[in-house]
Design a binder for this molecule. Structure first.
Ligand SMILES: *[C@@H]1O[C@H](CO)[C@@H](O)[C@H](O)[C@H]1NC(C)=O
Ligand SMILES: *[C@@H]1O[C@H](CO)[C@@H](O)[C@H](O)[C@H]1NC(C)=O
Ligand SMILES: *[C@@H]1O[C@H](CO)[C@@H](O)[C@H](O)[C@H]1NC(C)=O
Ligand SMILES: *[C@@H]1O[C@H](CO)[C@@H](O)[C@H](O)[C@H]1NC(C)=O
Ligand SMILES: *[C@@H]1O[C@H](CO)[C@@H](O)[C@H](O)[C@H]1NC(C)=O
Length: 904
């Protein structure tokens, strides 16, 4: 729409206490208004903005604001555009998230004068700002506009550049528009009227300024007028005259000029009246636009909404629903929906689900239509209209991200969160190739969740403190892990794969590997020991590193072997004992995909070997040439694995769970994997006919660092980041004991700096979004929250860290002191890194020797023992009514003469 008239309103007009000029409701007919905002009236004006921005576009003159936060607040609360000084423009133009068309460069020709020399220099360096919107706060200087424009090198202004000029009289307005036809006039609401001014009033009839510079039809002298509804759907084409426009403004209704009958009050005879919303011109000011709320049957004399026939689509649906809400035929489905909110909600969820499932274009369109139908029903029931929704969309679009100038522009674009459900349905199960370390079935928390969000774009943990007004509940919700996605859908994709592998064995496994891993040359799904040297060619230093880690892990895990059996005589002659045996056959899943994970192979393979498992089978998805990374083959060789299953995902799990022609069926499956692996493990462990167990559920990786004043900020930051780089669903928590603002800041600065030096900065950013810092006064409080959280990894960067171990109640693995980064445990110290996540550290241990073993117990009763314990057995068996149990003991007691023989 043409720039037209911009009416400035002052506080009296806003509060409705003005005694002359236009009211705010009347100003709204021009579709926009201008308000000056100062530090003093910021709050009431923001309130006004929030409450009225949906009614009309509100421009703010923010030149008197000193704080950047206030300026951004004005933009974020819904201001359409702001008038800024060129000093402000210089800073705001660095903020690339602010669209240039929301900034109006204001050149002041009154005190204090804009320094034109500086402005000119700025424009030379930043030519883009030459053609954006400008405003002249000219006062008496308007006659010098040309000179100013020439002075700064912008003469004549480009055709589509709007220049706002403040005027005080009709003649001034006309002369400005004569110079620059596309321009907009700024005029005070106090100077305008909708009624013919009385003689002693110096008011200007608004219609005069509305029409200034407009082009009427040459033959009739009338203005072509398009009538549209709230959503800009065209209702009809009519004509207007100065008189009809003045009447429309005065009455706030649709009034036009009929070529036959003169002034035409729409609906006067039919009753289908219109409420005026706003008027304006098109781009070259030869066509008026009347935006109205049409009542009754519609605009067209034929009784339809529009002269172009029935309206369709969302507008029609909205209208139908609105009518039905008032007057739904009893028993109709819509009536039922309006009366049963639970039904609507259930339908919305059902349709949303179906939309997610839809695959073809037609299906998606059809399911989206169903979803919109129910969503709109929900809205109309609550008196929310499409217009409200669209305004809301627009407002969200107006939000500005705060940036303090320390984040580089290329980091501002956030990486979109990967939508796994979409991937799973549109590519079938192909999503399973995207494996990440410990990738889990999870989605980030709600976008509304404040944790980790910094509008500045800085990579920073969200701060909380126990000493401030944060309640325990707030802290607990801050410590929530990113929520796990319901995996029904994944389950439904995984079930058929498992069934296929179960009945078709090797052929099915091979088929999926060809499909998902693209390893089409592969002929066999398994690589059997002895593995050829050619498949484990590695650089000397890698071998050495693997050897070192292998030796340490073996040493530590061998030491966990029980040295002797447990034997206890519970009563004289009653001996109980316990002894362990390795689980005979184990299957170890090593994820492939984006990361090479020799460490996982070590952490699973070495304990299995130390435990004495007879058959160790590894499974890992091959590369597209059909080979496995040599590190994994070398480790398989070192731990004495009998075979490597060349498959990933659900098919690998199924192959190991049920066995195939060439793959050994195992008793237990361990190892991390993506959501398909996790789902497959759950399914096979639940199938009693598979007789296979699994390790604990794997969730996203996490670390909690407790730091006090002695901690090195760089170490703390690096430990937080080493977890954050695992995946966007990872979470890191810092518990700061009695740190000052400066000390906290030092850690945050390090985190931000180190994060940007990482190649996986995008993943880090995602993880940090749902990560937090909690400040606590002392160690006890720190441990209280750490134990509550039950982290997978707990790092103690505090003085005297070992003395704190007795207080550690829940954690997967503890890293003691500043010199112990989590990565040492991940790779080489000797402890395992397959640890309980997602709070399971409350009840589970990480993988350890025991994971590959089971305990067997035995009992042995002597003759003496029968006398000691027999009566207890007999009595309890009697209580439970299990006579055969009772008899088994009684017979022995009788034989020993400890009981009278039963009469038969
Ligand atoms: C506009 O803002 C004023 C002042 O905040 C408020 O009283 C009024 O209700 C608002 N008008 C509308 C239509 O929201
Ligand atoms: C690695 O360990 C093997 C024994 O398992 C040994 O033969 C080999 O020399 C070692 N290599 C290096 C580089 O340490
Ligand atoms: C486990 O099996 C039971 C009974 O067959 C079934 O109801 C349940 O849904 C299964 N759970 C999973 C995770 O497959
Ligand atoms: C593995 O980690 C858990 C948790 O830290 C620990 O209990 C267990 O002893 C570890 N086992 C080995 C062999 O490192
Ligand atoms: C098995 O026995 C060993 C000691 O022999 C013990 O440390 C371990 O916790 C036991 N495991 C289970 C699962 O009970």
């Amino acid at each position: 729409m043409g720039a037209g008239l911009l009416v400035s309103v002052d506080p009296e007009a806003i509060s409705g206490s003005n005694t002359q000029g236009l009211t705010l409701d009347q100003v709204a007919y021009f579709g926009k208004c201008l308000v000056e905002i100062t530090p003093e009236n910021l709050e009431p004006n923001l309130a006004f903005l929030r409450q009225n921005f949906s009614k009309l576009a509100i421009y703010f003159d923010v030149r008197k604001l000193k704080s950047w936060d206030s300026v951004i607040d004005v933009l974020n609360n819904g201001a359409s555009k702001i008038f800024v000084t060129f000093e402000q423009l210089k800073v705001l133009s660095q903020e690339q998230t602010i669209s240039p068309d929301r900034l109006i460069l204001t050149i002041s020709l009154v005190n204090p004068q804009t320094d034109l020399t500086k402005l000119k220099a700025f424009l030379e360096g930043n030519p883009k700002w030459k053609t954006t919107e400008w405003a002249f706060d000219g006062g008496k200087g308007n006659e010098h506009l040309d000179e100013v424009l020439k002075d700064v090198g912008n003469y004549p202004p480009s055709q589509d550049q709007t220049i706002y000029v403040r005027v005080t009289s009709e003649s001034e307005g006309t002369s400005v528009l004569h110079e620059y036809p596309g321009n907009a006039l700024i005029i005070s609401s106090k100077a305008l009227t909708f009624t013919p001014p009385k003689e002693d009033e110096k008011l200007i009839p608004a219609v005069e300024l509305v029409l200034a510079g407009a082009t009427p039809d040459r033959k009739t002298g009338l203005y072509a007028t398009v009538v549209v509804d709230e959503r800009d759907v065209a209702l009809g084409l009519v004509w207007s005259s100065k008189e009809s426009i003045a009447e429309a403004l005065k009455t706030g209704t649709g009034v036009y000029q009929s070529r036959k009958r003169g002034l035409w009050h729409k609906g006067a005879s039919s009753g289908d009246t219109q409420e005026l919303i706003s008027i304006g011109f098109d781009c070259d000011k030869d066509c008026l636009i009347f935006r109205v709320h049409q009542k009754g049957r519609g605009f067209c004399h034929l009784g339809t909404m529009s002269c172009w026939g029935r309206t369709s689509g969302l507008s029609r649906l909205q209208r139908t629903l609105q009518e039905r809400k008032v007057d739904a035929p009893a028993g109709s489905y819509t009536a039922r929906l309006f009366n049963d909110p639970k039904l609507v909600n259930a339908k919305i969820k059902e349709e949303a689900d179906e939309l997610c499932e839809a695959a073809t274009k037609e299906e998606i369109a059809s399911e989206a239509a169903d979803l919109l139908y129910f969503a709109l029903t929900r809205c109309i029931a609550a008196d929310v209209t499409l217009e409200d929704i669209e305004r809301n969309l627009d407002l969200k679009n107006l939000k500005v991200k705060r940036r303090k100038g320390d984040a580089k522009p290329q980091y501002v674009e956030e990486k979109p969160v990967q939508d796994e459900s979409k991937q799973a349905t549109s590519n079938g199960i192909a999503g399973q190739q995207d494996e990440e370390v410990k990738e889990a079935v999870s989605i980030p928390k709600q976008p509304s969740d404040p944790a980790g969000k910094t509008e500045s774009g800085r990579i920073q943990l969200k701060r909380y403190s126990t000493s401030q007004a944060f309640s325990d509940d707030v802290l607990k919700s801050a410590l929530q892990r990113p929520s796990q996605k319901s995996n029904e859908k994944i389950m439904s994709l995984v079930h058929p794969i498992i069934a296929d592998v179960r009945s078709n064995g090797d052929a099915a496994v091979l088929k999926y590997t060809h499909k998902f891993e693209k390893a089409t040359s592969l002929k066999s799904p398994v690589l059997k020991a002895p593995f050829p040297d050619s498949l484990m060619q590695l650089p000397e230093e890698t071998i050495k590193a693997i050897n070192t880690s292998y030796d340490n892990i073996l040493k530590f895990h061998s030491a966990q072997k029980p040295t002797s059996d447990l034997v206890v005589e519970t009563m004289p002659g009653v001996t109980c004992s316990r002894f362990s045996r390795p689980i005979e056959k184990v299957g170890l899943y090593i994820p492939g995909g984006t990361a090479v994970l020799p460490s996982t192979a070590l952490m699973l393979g070495v304990p299995a070997m130390a435990a004495g498992c007879k058959n160790i089978v590894l499974a890992s998805p091959p590369r597209s040439d059909g080979t496995i990374t040599p590190e994994i083959v070398y480790i398989a060789h070192k731990v004495g694995a009998e075979a490597i299953v060349l498959a990933g995902g659900a098919q690998a799990v199924a192959a190991m769970a049920y066995g195939t022609q060439s793959i050994t069926k195992v008793d237990k499956i361990l190892g991390p994997g993506n959501q398909f692996v996790t789902a497959a493990k759950m399914i096979v462990s639940n199938d009693t006919s598979a007789a296979v167990s699994i390790d604990m559920p794997a969730g996203p990786s996490e670390v909690l660092v407790i730091a006090d004043k002695t901690a090195d900020p760089a170490f703390v930051a690096s430990d937080l980041l080493s977890q954050a780089e695992h995946g966007t669903d990872s979470q890191v928590v810092l518990i700061a004991i009695d740190l000052s603002q400066d000390e906290l800041q030092a850690i945050e600065d390090e985190l931000h700096k180190q994060a940007h030096e990482l190649p996986r900065v995008d993943i880090v950013r995602g993880a940090i979004e749902h990560s937090v810092t909690i400040s606590v006064p002392d160690l006890e409080e720190a441990l209280k929250w750490s134990n509550y959280y039950a982290p997978e990894h707990l790092i103690l960067q505090i003085s005297n860290p070992r003395s704190v171990l007795p207080l550690v109640q829940n954690a997967g693995s503890v890293f003691i002191g500043g010199w112990t980064p989590e990565s040492v445990g991940d790779y080489s110290a000797g402890v395992n890194h397959s640890l309980p996540t997602y709070g399971y550290a409350r009840q589970y241990s990480g993988v350890n020797l025991g994971s590959f073993m089971k305990n067997i117990t035995s009992s042995e009763v002597s003759e003496q023992g029968v006398g000691q314990v027999g009566y207890a057995v007999v009595e309890l068996a009697r209580c439970e009514g299990l006579d055969a149990h009772k008899r088994a003991m009684e017979l022995r007691m009788e034989k020993l003469g400890l009981m009278e023989k039963k009469q038969s």
